[in-house]
Design a binder for this molecule. Structure first.
Ligand code: ATP
Ligand code: MG
Length: 572
């Protein structure tokens, strides 16, 4: 079963072990302008320092509308727009530390708004545009958002809750519709009122620049605050994990409503002066491949759920496009099934580099690097500067091969600063002295590769063994009939829990007893004797968060007829 995929071409990081040994964050920080007396601010480093240098006329952003129309912005133009927006916000009365939501589809204004807010010292709160009014309200009330940048149709969606949004001074409306209500003002007017010469506010390293609400896979989303100091790790991760270089055209498909969409989707690549591609529309295999072809995308960052959808769409779609520019692929957010890694190699001709992190970690912490063998199913090794381990409930490190809590040594630069109005929750992550406890379970092999087991709550205890749902799901999707699978532990008197699988079939397959037996047999030959699903249910869809993660707690609650808990983050 152990299968290794050797490096295909050299990466920026050439000797992982050596770099890991010699790395220190202090010298990594020397790349930033603030180390030479510039303002300490993520916006200054992402945009302004390029705008005064030779990158002034380099394209910072290709923004593709759902209609296919493309607009482009240079670093010089972005510097001007974000300065105007920052200054316009101040004229509206915004001050340092204000929470300012950005509730927009993925258009260029979203980028201008997020960076502009951070430039004036505000805390940007990007929210995925698929959120409903109640989910929006929960977040706005939680952190007392003072301004909301949105569009006419999204503003209308908020109508049922507008009266409850008592902290909001102004809705800044992108496009036509400044007369929507008394609290609205037009985005264009805010820009026009702003000063293009506005200088980024000097911040402290631990001043937050962004509040990201977590995906809500395990419960109520938490408002995670990341500090300006996160820039150091975001830059290094974009270099070592994403392998970004000067001449790259980079597409990160994660929405900026999630940490991936900003840390390695906006700020990290822009610290490096990379050209971004952004697409407003929804997922469609053909459109996605066309975008890669049209812009000659060289580096692509995406998520397992998207990759599984592309697999399901079939390789015919790939054959119709020229993807020869693509040289590096990354995936994060959920475990990456070995089958998907093998598909990438076969069908895209590229390795897919899985990396592990959380909203709370602010940037990638464990990764498969371009210079090392990939062991399909493994998350890889800690990034230089991050110390990761597997510990027991006393904080003792456990030997290789033993399951335990995936833990980090606190103090990496992009570590969350706090959780909004929930310091007790923040402190829980540090309950075991000397460690940050991630809430995930994993093990490390003899060579230092980390293997994900599951979220602590999802781990299945069956016949006295501990089993991760991911392992079973990965075996299931290797079966030719299975497109996606979600696996839970179902209470059982005899075995503690039994494995139950919910399966979406690929096009062309229909549910039957025979197919069920066939799938069961298939898994039995691949996994430990206790790990095959004793129950299988064929379903048309799986409950997922809006960021595309399987919500196993919802599968379980449904199965047991229990309350579903917080489902504001469930995709519909
Ligand atoms: P919530 O914290 O609200 O329950 P969430 O944990 O899904 O939601 P995120 O911060 O978006 O919110 O996701 C982080 C989690 O995603 C990790 O703790 C881990 O469980 C999972 N994850 C992320 N990347 C990987 C990966 N490469 N392999 C396995 N799991 C991953
Ligand atoms: Mg989490």
């Amino acid at each position: 079963m152990e299968h290794r995929i050797p490096p295909d071409e050299p990466g920026i990081l050439t000797d992982y072990e050596r770099t890991y040994r010699e790395f220190n964050w202090t010298s990594a920080a020397e790349e930033f302008d603030w180390s030479r007396g510039g303002p300490y601010n993520v916006a200054a480093e992402a945009i302004d320092r390029h705008a005064v240098g030779w990158r002034r006329n380099k394209i910072a952003l290709f923004s593709v509308k759902a209609s296919g129309d493309v607009s482009k912005y240079t670093f010089g133009e972005m510097a001007d727009l974000t300065a105007r927006f920052a200054s316009g916000l101040e004229k509206l009365g915004a001050v340092k530390g204000d929470r300012i939501f950005v509730f927009l589809d993925r258009t260029s204004e979203l980028y201008v708004a997020i960076v502009g807010i951070t430039k004036m010292g505000g805390i940007a709160g990007p929210l995925f545009s698929a959120l409903g009014p109640e989910a929006f309200k929960d977040r706005a009330l939680d952190c007392g958002a003072r301004f909301v940048v949105t569009s006419p149709y999204l503003y209308k969606r908020l109508e049922p809750v507008l009266d409850d949004l008592v902290d909001v001074d102004k809705f800044i409306i992108v496009g036509d519709g400044s007369d929507l209500g008394e609290r609205t003002v037009n985005f264009g007017e805010v820009l026009a009122s702003g000063d293009p010469g506005y200088q980024a506010t000097n911040m402290a390293p631990t001043d937050p620049y962004i509040i990201h609400y977590t995906s809500g896979s395990t419960g109520k989303p938490k408002g995670i605050l990341l500090g300006h100091r996160a820039m150091v790790q975001q830059l290094m991760a974009c270099r070592y994990v994403v392998d970004l270089r000067e001449d790259d055209t980079y597409w990160c498909t994660a929405d900026p409503g999630w940490v991936t969409g900003t840390s390695v989707g906006i700020f990290g690549p822009w610290y490096l002066g990379t050209t971004l591609v952004s697409y407003e529309g929804r997922f469609n295999a053909h459109t996605w491949y066309s975008i890669m072809e049209q812009f000659k995308v060289t580096v692509w960052f995406t998520a397992p759920t998207a990759l599984r959808m592309l697999m399901k769409a079939g390789d015919g779609a790939i054959a119709e496009h020229d993807l020869s520019s693509l040289r590096h692929i990354c995936s994060a957010g959920e475990p990456l099934n070995p089958e998907v890694v093998r598909w990438g190699l076969k069908s895209l001709g590229r390795r897919i580099h899985d990396n592990w992190w959380q909203t709370e970690t602010g940037a990638p912490c464990i990764s498969n690097f371009k210079c090392m063998d990939i062991r399909p199913g493994s998350m890889g090794k800690p990034i230089p500067g991050v110390v990761a381990s597997i510990v027991d409930e006393n904080g003792e490190e456990v030997p290789p091969g033993t399951y335990g809590f995936l833990a980090l040594r606190p103090g990496w630069p992009s570590m969350m600063i706090n959780i909004w109005r929930n310091t007790p929750k923040f402190k829980e992550y540090f309950d075991i002295p000397g460690w940050y406890i991630s809430g995930d379970q994993a093990y490390k092999d003899e060579d230092g590769y980390f293997w994900f087991l599951g979220r602590a709550d999802d781990v299945i205890k069956t016949s006295g063994e501990r089993l991760g749902p991911f392992e079973v799901e990965s075996a299931l999707i290797e079966h030719p009939a299975v497109a996606e699978a979600g696996v839970i532990g179902k209470p059982d008197e005899l075995r503690g829990e039994i494995v139950k699988a919910f399966i979406i079939l690929r096009p062309g397959f229909t549910p039957s007893e025979k197919l069920m037996d066939d799938i069961t047999q298939f898994v039995k030959t691949r996994l430990a004797y206790y790990a095959y699903p004793r129950e299988i249910e064929f379903v048309d869809s799986l409950p997922k968060t809006r960021s595309g993660k399987i919500m196993r707690r919802v599968l379980k609650a449904r199965e047991l007829g229990q309350p579903l808990g917080d489902v504001t983050m469930m995709d519909d």
